[in-house]
Write a protein that binds this ligand. Structure first.
Ligand code: SDX
Length: 392
């Protein structure tokens, strides 16, 4: 027993790793960051405060929060030469390809002065990544549109600054709608960490070799890109476009049951109940669409109908398939005006703090060893070499 959470000893014996950062109960649909329920953080916290919590294990005092926010703001700029990396990509490159490349390239600017065994160096790396990944994401979007690179602005929140960097131009300042910025900030909180998911495990494995944190986070971004993982939010919107209207849902569902395609935004490796983040995201979706007068948004109505049908269908009930975090997030991002190609980059920028928290927890452990997954060999038994003219 460890405090409020109990583990089956057998589970601990097989667990890939132990961590104090995030707890998930897949059967109960519960998610806690450092013991705090995600529902309470989504309602009362903001993203940078949740970042502090994930990194330091406790909620910050007012002074600690103000210092943390300042340190992140201080690191939001990019070295001017980094802009050259963007120019090497085609304009139509997927922004996730750009993020993998440019975040990895940060190693070239900070790697040689970095001692990962020095807690202060680890802290600065965390600030640099939490601060620079949104700037890189926004520049990837602007580059794809032929817009000039933009810069963060003091006095804006993390989410407001991201929207500013995405959409402001020298001749037209983006006017931040506080309701939309709050919704985006909540999306960042919901995506900040999620225990040992595929991309976090990728970051841990890469980091276990002693690789620098910028290269490790680039590896995490690469893994997150997959449609089974962070790419699902983009896939949900494409799926809703493909279905088109409620009349087409029955035929689409037949295809799901015949396994010709999946119901994107549904199912989860761990949650066999509703993903708690999906409930919050659905409520956020409602708030944003009402704020924008889009409550009759056909995509949202179609998504709600799809969810209703799936939750009543034995095929999904038997398989414990429920909406996950990605099912509604794309509709919210679309309503805010974020292009679909930027959905997964937003997941990546939000998850950067989780990746860094796990990397730090692992590197700070003096007993850390290089990851080395074992295998069950099912290939050919030992045999002798056969000369080419004797082969059949
Ligand atoms: C994220 O790990 C994390 O924490 C990830 C994440 C995070 O925050 O980091 O939560 C973020 O990645 C959320 C998941 C986003 N992906 C999607 O929405 C893509 C659609 N979902 C599926 O690809 C799938 O559900 C997975 C990949 C998420 C989980 O796959 P599993 O583990 O194989 O699912 P399962 O074992 O529960 O499947 C049981 C059955 C199987 O059918 P049978 O062989 O029993 O007949 O359900 C089927 C699966 O084929 N199934 C689906 C389905 N997901 C599983 N059938 C249709 N549509 C789906 N979405």
């Amino acid at each position: 027993k460890t405090g409020m959470f109990t583990f089956d000893p057998g589970f601990l014996a097989t667990a890939a790793c132990e961590s104090k950062i995030t707890f998930i109960d897949g059967d109960l649909g519960q998610l806690y960051y450092r013991g705090y329920p995600i529902e309470q953080l989504a309602e009362h916290s903001d993203y940078l405060e949740s970042c502090y919590l994930l990194l330091n294990g406790e909620l910050p005092t007012a002074q600690q929060k103000s210092d943390f926010d300042y340190m992140v703001l201080r690191h939001t700029m990019l070295h001017d030469q980094i802009h050259n990396f963007f120019r090497g990509f085609r304009r139509d490159a997927h922004p996730m390809a750009v993020m993998v490349g440019v975040v990895g390239a940060l190693s070239a600017f900070y790697h040689d002065s970095l001692d990962i065994n020095d807690p202060h160096h680890r802290e600065v790396s965390a600030f640099r990544l939490i601060a620079k990944v949104p700037t890189i994401a926004a520049q990837a979007y602007r580059y794809s549109k032929g817009l000039p690179f933009s810069y963060p602005k003091a006095g804006l929140s993390y989410a407001e600054n991201f929207l500013h960097m995405m959409f402001s131009t020298p001749v037209a300042e983006y006017k931040v709608n506080p309701v939309l910025a709050k919704a985006l900030d909540r999306i960042f909180i919901l995506h900040a960490d999620h225990e040992q998911n595929a991309s976090t495990s990728t970051v841990r494995l890469a980091g276990s070799s002693g690789a620098n944190p910028f290269a490790c986070i680039a590896a995490g971004i690469a893994c997150l890109w997959g449609p089974s993982h962070g790419g699902a939010n983009e896939a949900v919107l494409k799926m809703l476009d493909e279905i088109g209207s409620v009349e087409n849902v029955p035929a689409f569902m037949e295809g799901v049951k015949n396994k010709t395609h999946k119901l994107m935004g549904f199912g989860h490796r761990v949650y066999k109940n509703m993903d708690p983040r999906a409930k919050i995201m659905k409520q956020t979706c409602d708030e944003v669409l009402n704020e924008l007068g889009l409550h009759n948004d056909p995509k949202f109505k179609l998504a709600m109908e799809l969810e209703k049908i799936a939750l009543e269908d034995p095929y999904f009930i038997e398989r414990k398939l429920y909406p996950n975090v990605d099912f509604y997030s794309g509709i919210v991002l679309s309503a805010i005006g974020i292009p679909v190609a930027m959905f997964t980059p937003i997941f990546a920028l939000a998850r950067t703090v989780g990746w860094i928290a796990h990397w730090t927890e692992m590197i700070a452990d003096p007993g850390m060893k290089i990851g080395r997954p074992r295998q069950l060999y099912t290939g050919a038994q030992r045999r002798d070499y056969v000369q080419v003219d004797a082969r059949r």
